[in-house]
Structures are given as C-alpha cells and as structure tokens.
Design a protein around this ligand. Structure first.
Ligand code: SF4
Ligand SMILES: [Zn+2]
Length: 118
C-alpha cells in the first residue's frame, strides 16, 4: 500500500486525497482518460508535475512508461479546476463533519416556525 507523501500514513492506492491530512493524491485513472506513453528512453515521471510536487502515490512511479495521470510539468497548471475541486471537497467535508449540528439547527428553526404559526 502506498503512503502519503506528507504524513506518511498508509493510504489506499485509489484514494484521491489522504484520509489523514487531506493532501490531494494522484490515484489510478478513470475510464476514458488519455493514456500517455514515454517516447524516449526516460520514463514519463521524469517530466511529470506529480513527480516534481511529490503527490503521486502510484506504484509505477518513478519508472512509468505509460500513465493516464501524467501531466507535463512544463505546461501551465489549471488552477480553476483544482480550486473548484478543492473548494467543493472542503464544503462537502465541512457538511459531513457538522451534519449533526445542521440537523439540530434545522429542527430548532422548524420548531420556531411551528410555534410562530400557532
Ligand atoms: S507519470 Fe504517472 S506514475 Fe509517473 S509521477 Fe506522473 S502520475 Fe505518477
Ligand atoms: Zn497524509
């Protein structure tokens, strides 16, 4: 099982984020994604952003000859997508963590509305 590059806990190979410290991880690709192939003698990882920033947990790193998640480190990043994903992930995580309080607040508001309508 690979380990998180930040907190070094064991994480599932398909995890897209570390369950312990929330570091985004690169997991196995999804159907329909482009499969990149190394063209020269060097593996893809040598020129991959995810090798450079140490977020790749794929077992074939650093010797991957083909990979669906390869991203050329010389290409500009796509911050809008990353930020959107991160914000969405954070909101869902916050809701999950505070679900009990949100339900309690909803119940209180519902009771208040019922009381006011009498
Ligand atoms: S090419 Fe694939 S295996 Fe290599 S670092 Fe990039 S994402 Fe990881
Ligand atoms: Zn971690």
């Amino acid at each position: 099982m690979p380990e998180c590059p930040r907190c070094h806990q064991a994480v599932d190979v398909k995890a897209i984020a570390c369950p312990y410290c929330r570091t985004p991880l690169k997991a196995y690709g999804h159907p329909g994604m482009t499969l990149y192939h190394a063209t020269g003698d060097e593996p893809l990882c040598v020129a991959c952003t995810y090798d450079e920033d140490d977020t790749c947990t794929l077992p074939k790193r650093p010797h991957a000859r083909d990979c669906t998640l390869y991203r050329d480190r010389n290409q500009p990043a796509v911050p809008m997508v990353t930020q959107g994903y991160t914000r969405d992930f954070q909101i869902r995580t916050w809701i999950k963590r505070n679900l009990v309080w949100l339900l309690l607040l909803g119940l209180i508001l519902f009771s208040l509305i019922l009381t006011l309508l009498r």
